[in-house]
Write a protein that binds this ligand. Sequence first.
Ligand SMILES: C[S@@+](CC[C@H](N)C(=O)[O-])C[C@H]1O[C@@H](n2cnc3c(N)ncnc32)[C@H](O)[C@@H]1O
Length: 586
Amino acid sequence: MEGQNIASVEEGLEVDPGQRVKTEDEPMESIKPEESEPEATKDNNPYAYLQRDEFCSERYKIELRNLPKQYGFNELKKFMMKLKLNPHKIKKGTAKGHFVFISFRTEEERDKARATLSGQKWKNKVLEASFANAAKDPLVKQRASLEGKGNEEPEEIFTESVDEMVKKSTTPWFDVPYSEQLEKKNEIVRGYLEGLKKELFRTNMDLRKLPNPLWVSESILPSPVTSHYRNKCEFTIGYNPENKEKTVGFRLSSYKRGSKAVGKIDSLIHLPEKMVQGAQVFETFIRKSSYEPYDPETHVGVWKQLTVRTSSTDLLLMLIISRKDLSQHEVEILKKDLRLEFKDLKSPAISSFFIKELEVQGQKTKNEPELLFGKGYNAEKICNLSFRISAESFFQINSLAAEVLINAIKSHAELDDDTCLLDICCGTGTLGLCLGKFCGEVHGVELISSAVEDARVNAKDNGLEDKCQFYCGKAEDVVDVLTYQTKKKKIVAIVDPPRAGVQLKVLQTLRRCSKIDTVVYVSCDAEAAKKNFVDLARPESKKYRLNPFVPRRFIPVDLFPMSPHMELIVILQRIQDESCNTIPLC
Ligand SMILES: C[S@@+](CC[C@H](N)C(=O)[O-])C[C@H]1O[C@@H](n2cnc3c(N)ncnc32)[C@H](O)[C@@H]1O
């Protein structure tokens, strides 16, 4: 399963199965889409993108060599922060040599880093730092290679219809019977567990003493709905190369792979009708407008992305525009037009409409979405509790299957009144609140402030505010404090991170807290989470205190029918004594 299946990135598509925080080198750092793609002009100059105003991480880059044999990107980042340097991104060099590229937001930051790091000693190595060239624009590279092959019109070439290709990449199993999909997912889990077991045994020889079977692996729990289940999508706005029409849909593949074609979404079985209608009315609107879709190649154009969120009662739209070529007056007129067009629409009725601007170079703070009309959030019910979900907060993508997931956690987490539940990466508080009535107290931590606000409101609306507290911050900074805060005898930690997993600091905290014997890990990318499982299971040392945790039960849950993705609940328990006894498998 290496690199595929159990929920790796949806190949070639700009849509996440689980959540929208994209991660790259390090867990939990979000990349803004406009920062991640070098861009070019149509004149085939692969470096033309550097001359534009927008922020581009390729512009200010250094190459760092003579690095130690073993180190982590987090460690390197911390080392740089100690030296008061401010790296933006760290990437592995592609050649055989052991080196990395580090990019910065400004020229000053880059120059300071080069000067400071050159000759700096780190882990017994003397570092070498030099200025690095920006990467070539991938689209121009691809175009040049097509031209080199004698193509007169180096346009994108498609072997089948764009819409069909979108369907096959978003819902690759659309024509596989559901029972077969479930069996395929069980098979993926079986393969994954074989690899995991080997890795755990390699990391901690003592685990071989564990009673057999080491764990129970349950069959996948099906989704109660197999179609129209997806409650959030981020649609790209661009051109469909076949009809040359402005289109709100999915990109066929990422810009890095050399495509900017957008295909339509009306035949995608996993999208609710209301979501498709929302995208379509907006598409009709932009087709009448003189403004162009934002072109990732030239950075010209206005319409960039439409996020559509649905719930049983609501429809929320968030439009992202590039306002670089618009005056303030034009932006105000656009907002007025959007209100006029959509505020009183009956079919579909739009309950909230946000507009958000793309970040531009040098901008320090994140752009907040502006509410043009409506209540400003979606309302949803899960496990008989009501939830408010803001435009940018995370919420489980398949609400009905999320209930299945929560009930499965409840059955195995052994919660009671003496238990404090730590909800690590809590989003809008869904897991903590739904499980709140089965335990003594809940402390949740979440990075996104609007989600934390939602979680607090949700606690209040459901009469759980005395029991459930939510904190805004990075889990790696906050969890330690939370473990000391509770007077409860027992702590159960739920970890539901972005796909790259949590930082080591979080795992070290869980390891050294003697009140924690059970960790419930929920992963939408088990392959990426493997490193976290291995670290939790390492033998006791200065770095990893107290006895290790081992996975004792795996419960896959199908939140993403028609695709190979799934959520995996892993119940980890602390080994109790030197002979590796654990709490018996129930
Ligand atoms: C997969 S979602 C889970 C949300 C929640 N548990 C739920 O079920 O709705 C992961 C969440 O982790 C948050 N997150 C990302 N990095 C984080 C960090 N360093 N510390 C705390 N939360 C983080 C994201 O904003 C997102 O809400």
